[in-house]
Design a protein around this ligand. Structure first.
Ligand code: ATP
Ligand code: MG
Length: 567
């Protein structure tokens, strides 16, 4: 690497001199001491499911470090286990990472591209007397491994000659042996206090078709052998993974050392991101999908990246969230409310605030001329003039929310009730005079009168009212379906039942089929989002919405109980 790189790295070090996380501190030191002259990171998902919010943390962390140090970020599929891997997952993962904004440029790799190199590494270890073919069964290997308190026992096959090992390993590759009959193991130390170092398995026989290499191989490398080689081949400098791999680090270092890679990468572990009372792990999400409890991997109730996207979360909000969660070595758990806080912050100034009625109740303004429509000028976002204004129709028949009327008001209820005057947002003051009921006693229509002198912007004729409610003009309203969400998990009961099953919340999805929205939303496209005043932020569903049948997902309500952590 040339001077340009060093200069870049120094510049980056100066820029970020304030409050660095522990990984940045390690990188700074490595650069200062000359262990590396550049920074290269990677995100190595296994294509056995869709990505979730925890992966977003890892992606943004790795990509962020590469950017900060003017280094490179690789995208690499860790596809060494063909039983669980699918092309569908590869495609979804690429889409999600690109959407998050992590740019791998032309560096998209597959671990399976390196199977030849891994095989060569295995041969090298055999020749060095550092690996052997073992005929013990999987169960015997487990028995021989020992426990945390007892050392392991050496395999009777441990001292095979190099020649015999080379021949047997080649036969494994040729497909002569059935699955599970023989493995290649590292020859390290059966008495090591670290169980990972007790002659771990490096290769197994598995006659399986691989999504990338087809039937070329019938032996597959184990993760602990493959991963360090993948990193080393790509000249990764800092291989960032989660805490459960801490005890595997000595093995990682052993592999890159014994395979004699120059400038070997350094593994650094950080704590996984967890959300309280939220199903995060890929395995658990997969089960919900397979059991049909959710509508696919992109169900808006999931914290899969595709679910969050469909719900209406933005890449910016997810980045804000993972930044707030921070990078640490100690396990911690975040509240979902923090994620909600982030999306509200992100959308607050960016989105138009429109009127939509979710549970409609008809209102007739008896003193408003029949057939007349007037168009009111309404700012799209009072806090951001740049979003401009729009025309909102007002007329004799409107819809308001059912909950904005009470026949007999409770104390401190300032909305509509017989005899009370309220303000219709962006329009006039109205007073309810009477109402109609159906045979079951449900209120069907309210009759009101309006005061033409109180048009919004007129100073309200000097009068004041306590309640302001939103509305939608009936003849021009667009009918839409609105979906409201709650946590998939019943938080009162915790995530799991005694039998290990999930405590599902029966109310996690509410579908309101007959909602009315302003005509300005008629042209809304999938993934467009808006604030529906008083009701929250909503996004056009990208799967079920169409021109004839608009479907909105509630991203988040407007109120928050979340308190920003003290800085
Ligand atoms: P899961 O635990 O959900 O099954 P995984 O770790 O098996 O996830 P991989 O595809 O192997 O999924 O992970 C790719 C990368 O994402 C790894 O580097 C892993 O450490 C990281 N990662 C996975 N879950 C989290 C999380 N909750 N927080 C931060 N990083 C994570
Ligand atoms: Mg995994």
């Amino acid at each position: 690497m040339g001077n340009e790189n060093t200069a870049n790295v120094e510049a980056a070090a100066k820029e970020g001199a304030v409050s660095k996380n522990f990984i940045e501190q390690i990188i700074d030191k490595d650069l200062q001491e000359g262990r590396y002259d550049h920074v290269q990171t990677r995100f190595p998902p296994e294509p056995n499911g869709y990505l979730h919010i925890g992966h977003a943390k890892s992606i943004l962390l790795n990509y962020g470090l590469a950017q900060k140090y003017h280094g490179k970020f690789n995208m690499r599929f860790d596809d060494t286990n063909p039983t669980k891997e699918k092309v569908e997952y590869v495609e979804s993962i690429k889409r999600d990472i690109a959407w998050l904004g992590a740019d791998w440029e032309d560096r998209l790799f597959f671990a399976s591209d390196y199977f030849d190199i891994m095989y060569e590494c295995a041969l090298k270890l055999i020749r060095k007397g550092k690996a052997y073919v073992c005929d013990l069964t999987a169960e015997q290997i487990r028995e021989y491994r020992g426990t945390l308190t007892e050392p392991g026992k050496e395999s009777p096959y441990r001292n095979r000659s190099v020649e015999e090992n080379l021949e047997l390993f080649e036969n494994m590759k040729k497909g002569i042996y059935p699955d599970g009959s023989r493995v290649l193991r590292a020859k390290i130390d059966m008495a090591s206090p670290n169980i990972n170092m007790r002659d771990p398995v490096l290769y197994r026989v598995a006659h399986m078709t691989h999504h990338n290499t087809g039937d070329k191989w019938c032996i597959y490398p184990m993760y602990d052998f493959a991963h360090p080689i993948e990193d080393a081949v790509e000249h990764i400098t800092h291989s960032i993974c989660t805490l459960e791999f801490e005890d595997h680090r000595p093995l990682y270092d052993w592999v890159v050392r014994e395979c004699e890679f120059e400038n070997p990468p350094r593994q650094i572990e950080f704590a996984k991101l967890y959300l309280r009372n939220v199903v995060t792990g890929k395995r658990y999400i997969k089960k919900l999908v397979e059991d049909g409890i959710v509508d696919g991997w992109d169900d808006p109730r999931l914290v899969s990246i595709s679910g969050l996207r469909r719900r209406g979360y933005t890449p910016e909000s997810i980045k804000m969230f993972v930044d707030m969660a921070g990078v640490s070595k100690s396990q911690s758990i975040c509240d979902y409310q923090m994620l909600e806080y982030c999306i509200r912050e992100d959308l607050k100034l960016k989105k138009s605030r429109v009127m939509a009625v979710l549970r409609p109740l008809k209102v007739i303004i008896d003193n408003y001329p029949e057939g007349q429509i007037e168009y009111l000028d309404v700012p799209n976002n009072q806090e951001n003039e740049a979003l401009g204004t729009r025309k909102v129709p007002f007329c004799r028949e409107l819809y308001i929310e059912r909950e904005d009327f009470m026949e007999v008001p409770v104390k401190k209820y300032f909305r509509m009730f017989p005899g009370n005057e309220v303000r219709l947002m962006n329009a006039y003051f109205v007073t309810c005079n009477s109402f109609e009921k159906d045979a079951e006693g449900n209120i069907t229509v309210l009759h009101c009168t309006y005061d033409p002198e109180t048009r919004s912007g007129s100073g309200f004729n000097g009068r004041k009212v306590k309640g302001t409610i939103h509305w939608v003009a009936a003849p021009t309203a667009v009918q839409a379906e609105v979906r409201l969400y709650e946590n998939l998990i019943d938080e009162e009961k915790g995530v799991y039942n005694e039998d290990g099953s999930l405590n599902l919340n029966p109310n996690s999805l509410t579908r309101l089929e007959t909602c009315y929205v302003e005509p300005s939303l008629k042209e809304a496209k999938p993934a467009d989002s808006f604030q529906f005043v008083r009701n929250g932020y909503f996004c056009v569903d990208s799967k079920d919405s169409s021109e004839d049948h608009l479907v909105f997902n509630r991203i988040v309500s407007l109120k928050s109980s979340f308190k920003l952590p003290q800085q």
